[in-house]
Design a binder for this molecule. Sequence first.
Ligand code: AMP
Length: 256
Amino acid sequence: MPLLSPRNNGRMAQSAAGSRNSQLYTVEVGDTRFQILKRYQNLKPIGSGAQGIVCSALDTVTNHQVAIKKLSRPFQNVTHAKRAYREFKLMKLVSHKNIIGLLNAFTPQKTLDEFSDVYLVMELMDANLCQVIQVTGLDLDHERISYLMYQCLCGIKHLHKAGIIHRDLKPSNIVVKTDCTLKILDFGLARSTGTSFMMTPYVVTRYYRAPEVILGMGYKENVDIWSIGCIMGEIIRGAVLFPGSDHIDQWNKIIG
Ligand code: AMP
């Protein structure tokens, strides 16, 4: 069942209903079973996050490399279901060169009763910013750092203009290519600004958390700018800017 008509192959949506099983195959990636469309071949694990495993693959229809994320048990509870829904909806809606684009989405299940797995197919990037910081250490020059930060701010500005706060910006959900182009990933915690006033203080990964979030004061778009500042500091120093060991220590590191 396609969740989205593929951008690059309009015929897929029509033919999918007819011969479901012949279009699918199963492959084990580590401990995870991927049951995916045959057009995606040569799967290799490239990362894992709170929501599931990500593989690179060759899209044999377009002959381009893609990233495929299998959401892990997206319907196990309401929180997971909401997170999966938000990510899918926002990736589908938002179109900007510094935000990861959704190319396709599908489920191998045939009926609503069986529906349990969701696969998201995205543009493939080369590495996340954590890996870049680890590998390059302090070697990134001023020009590259400026260009990375500029793209990050462009992506976030676009989200904010659309009324979306990301809330979980951190080096592992920012991905780059070797040509220094950058895209923001992972909308699992993104919220619309209309309802942003008092939200849970535990949403942003601790090191990148803004003071108003730590103090549970309610927050708005500028929490994302704080996170980008922390990321910039980390790229320049080669180490986390405010490495708080817990909630209180995070605050002490900021004011200390
Ligand atoms: P996520 O579950 O979206 O947080 O992704 C987990 C990890 O998988 C990221 O930190 C990246 O290293 C990798 N990853 C996810 N999506 C992509 C992508 N489109 N291109 C390259 N790597 C990705």
